[in-house]
Design a protein around this ligand. Sequence first.
Ligand SMILES: Cc1cc2nc3c(=O)[nH]c(=O)nc-3n(C[C@H](O)[C@H](O)[C@H](O)COP(=O)(O)O)c2cc1C
Length: 321
Amino acid sequence: MRYGRIGKAVQTRYVPNAVKVIAQTQCHWLWPGRRLGERNLSQKTGPQDKRTRMVRRSRFFQTRGLTMENQNPLSPHRLCDEQRAGLYQAVLTRRDVRGQFKPDPVPAAVLSRILTAAHHAPSVGFMQPWNFLLINSPQLKQRVHDAFVAANTEAAVMFDDERREVYQRLKLEGILEAPLNLCITCDRERAGPVVVGRTHMKTMDLYSSVCAVQNLWLAARAEGLGVGWVSIFHQRELQTILAIPRHIVPIAYLCIGYVSHFFDKPELESANWRPRLPLDELVYFEQWGQTSAEGAVPLQQQLRADQEAVQQGSFVSTRLD
Ligand SMILES: Cc1cc2nc3c(=O)[nH]c(=O)nc-3n(C[C@H](O)[C@H](O)[C@H](O)COP(=O)(O)O)c2cc1C
């Protein structure tokens, strides 16, 4: 993958100290055998003069197409360039996957990592209302698939004739093809009757579990795993099949596995079901529906340019300065 700063050689003598510290502490994994906070490069190689150390460090970054220019005057806490690129890359290339699953099982280490990402989602009052129900059994998958087919048949007749034809051609699940199915749930009673931050808006626990879904989805994309969310079920039926108690809400039924490829665009966009909306028109100022305000224009221009860059596939390489 190419990043915007590839080829921009870094002259180490121009790299400020603060940047070197950030590069060492935030990108510590780039330095094999070194732990966060370690500073003394000569530990393994013996004493080196300062210039040798800096040249070695500069070469290290250059040969990996990286730059140490990751300093943001507004925040020393910003992630380094490669990490930021990776994050945005995962966000922009994450797809809902329905049909390109390969049968290879998901290794436990990888599964553990994406579940760990899910478990580090934000949650109201730190409620952590989620559970992760893994489904491997072909019999159970078949029952879930049957439930989907029944619900999907009901769904199809809800659209008008023209839309129905398109709808029926859409592939909306990969339950049987995906090697792993996962149901992420929300235990609405996990933290007792009164929860910090949920005293008036009771649905916040549900949203917390959704945050876990999204963390897992992005982590899975980073791991090269496809994830497809299936919601075309009667909730009660899904609960019955998976023996989920009544007070536990199934939030997301996910099909997970390695994939032959990821599509560039959402499948619903490619099928002309719905386009991606212009982001600048979704941003309001001060009052609902208000799209003009002092200082609005530069932001709106940026938003349009960013959206254009995403469409061109150049966001990560051109817009992360
Ligand atoms: C709450 C939720 C439920 C969804 N349910 C389904 C579903 O039942 N079947 C399906 O094919 N996709 C489902 N999706 C995926 C969306 O169709 C998909 O996210 C959207 O079209 C954008 O595509 P992308 O995820 O590839 O960017 C669901 C997504 C969300 C967030």
